[in-house]
Design a protein around this ligand. Structure first.
Ligand SMILES: *Cc1c(COP(=O)(O)O)cnc(C)c1O
Length: 474
């Protein structure tokens, strides 16, 4: 349907059409997905829908017009601050999601740095190699140079390397609690010390962990300090639409106090449309997402979230143990919570080929690079399928072992090459072309098997790589 229909279609028919679209979608109902969807139950979803629907039309753009939403937003910020070691000075805003909560601090701290300097400067930020890609996006969007810091053997950022990168253009340091790829918490305490010593803001990206780590700690487990209790931490992002089990479009961004947050505000007094002021990125802000987030936090309460955390961690431990018991596989590092990656320790087991086998069995598998690994983000419902998943991994490893050519065929070869080719410009160009196809007028869905982009990339890239490698040998 490429045009608006001349004559509108009946509601029931439209809904029926919508229902028919999802047959090829990732199957989260059967818990076959390891990312993207934080689904608890039909009951909970219906509850969220009711809360969302109640404030469906309301707009948080104007807090004076909808005091209900401003009240909920303030309460969400206060509840989150309480959870993350804040005090009565902690302030913040709700955003549309993790990405907005990562984009905004870069603007805020750039403006803060500007306010302290009279000379023009070239803003720089320092981030672990493992930082979420949203920060790279922020650096690109806002013209800030980003320094990526190597990780130590335990996949946490190398604090000494951070120290060496600090200079007068540094506007901020960012780290993760935990990191998206490996699920480890960066050494926040040491970074906090550095931040204080050099008077630089320190942001903790706790988008994935902010609504889980505190409850793991409350359940009596050891969690490395990562929140406002750590001196030097000036802001934290935490996604309610992840482990807060709210509707999509909900994250909080907290600052230590108003001296930071005020640099985020946008005010325009001479717009013909009127005097305009806005706390975050969006103009119109969906009331539903705020109401659903408020509803989720209140319906679970501390005890509800603690129970969820306990269930998640039980399944996580089971999965990690099961994977470690499979010869040739290991979990990377010491994950702090329910996000972890596993890789192969055996040359005969190509981990991406294992991924292909799992995908053939209907699992939605995320692949990591440097080192190559497969990714898991555990939710309570994975308890139902943990045994099946482990069984399928075991079988996949067996199949890959006895069919060495699987590693050099299809998606495994493709992903392997993408991960390992040192000439990143080549990959960048091909992915760019893929995007142009996907968002072009013909909307070509890329399929690594059938789309020319995949094989073409292999065909084109491999000879180039071989040629260059041969030249090195001479
Ligand atoms: C998910 C995530 C983000 C981005 O959040 P979105 O809601 O996907 O925009 C940022 N940082 C970390 C650590 C994350 O896990």
């Amino acid at each position: 349907m490429n045009r608006i229909p001349e004559q509108g279609i009946e509601r029931s028919k439209v809904l029926e059409m919508l229902r028919s679209f999802n047959s090829d979608d990732a199957n989260y109902h059967d818990s076959k997905t390891w990312s993207l969807v934080y689904y608890l139950s039909e009951d909970h979803t219906n509850f969220l829908k009711e809360a969302y629907g109640m404030y469906f039309s309301e707009n948080a753009l104007n807090p004076m017009a909808f005091k209900s939403l401003k009240r909920m937003e303030s309460e969400i910020v206060k509840m989150s601050a309480g959870l993350l070691g804040g005090d009565d000075k902690t302030v913040g805003v709700m955003t549309s999601g993790g990405t907005e909560s990562c984009l905004l601090p870069v603007v805020t701290y750039r403006e803060l740095a500007k306010s302290k300097r009279r000379l023009p400067f070239r803003p720089e930020m320092i981030a672990p190699r493992s930082i979420h890609v949203a920060w790279s996006k922020a650096a690109k969007y806002f013209g800030v140079k980003i320094h990526y810091v190597p990780l130590c053997a335990d996949n946490r950022v190398d604090v000494n390397a951070v120290r060496k990168l600090i200079n007068r253009n540094t506007i901020m340091i960012v780290c993760s609690a935990p990191s998206y790829p490996h699920g480890v918490i960066d050494p926040v305490t040491e970074l906090g010390r550095l931040a204080i010593e050099h008077d630089i803001p320190l942001h903790v990206d706790s988008c994935v962990g902010g609504f889980l780590l505190p409850f793991i700690e409350k359940n009596g487990f050891n969690v490395d300090p990562f929140d406002f209790r750590v001196p030097g931490v000036t802001s934290i992002s935490a996604d309610i639409h992840k482990y807060g089990f709210s509707a999509k479009g909900a994250s909080v961004l907290l600052y230590k106090n108003m001296d930071y947050l005020k640099h985020q505000f946008f005010v325009k007094t001479d717009w013909p449309g009127g005097v305009f002021a806005s706390p975050a990125m969006l103009g119109t802000r969906p009331g539903g997402a705020i109401a659903a987030a408020w509803a989720a936090m209140n319906v679970f309460g501390i005890n509800g979230y603690k129970e969820i955390a306990a269930a998640i961690m039980e399944t996580t431990e089971k999965l990690k143990k099961g994977i470690e018991e499979i010869p040739g596989l290991k979990v990377l590092g010491k994950p702090a919570m329910s996000v972890f990656a596993y890789t192969s320790t055996d040359r005969a087991v190509d981990i991406f080929a294992v991924g292909d086998q799992l995908e053939a069995k209907g699992w939605l598998v995320d692949r990591l690079q440097n080192p190559n690994a497969l990714h898991c983000m555990v939710i309570p419902r994975h308890a139902m399928i943990a045994d099946d998943y482990l069984k399928d991994i075991r079988e996949a490893v067996k199949t890959v072992r006895s069919n060495p050519d699987l590693a050099v065929k299809g998606n495994a070869a493709m992903y392997g090459m993408i991960a390992n080719v040192p000439f990143r410009g080549l990959i960048q160009n091909e992915v760019m072309k893929m995007m142009e196809n996907l968002y072009g007028p013909d909307c070509k869905m890329p399929s690594l098997e059938t789309d020319p982009t995949g094989p073409k990339l292999l065909d084109r890239a491999l000879p180039v790589v071989l040629k260059i490698l041969r030249r090195f040998k001479k």
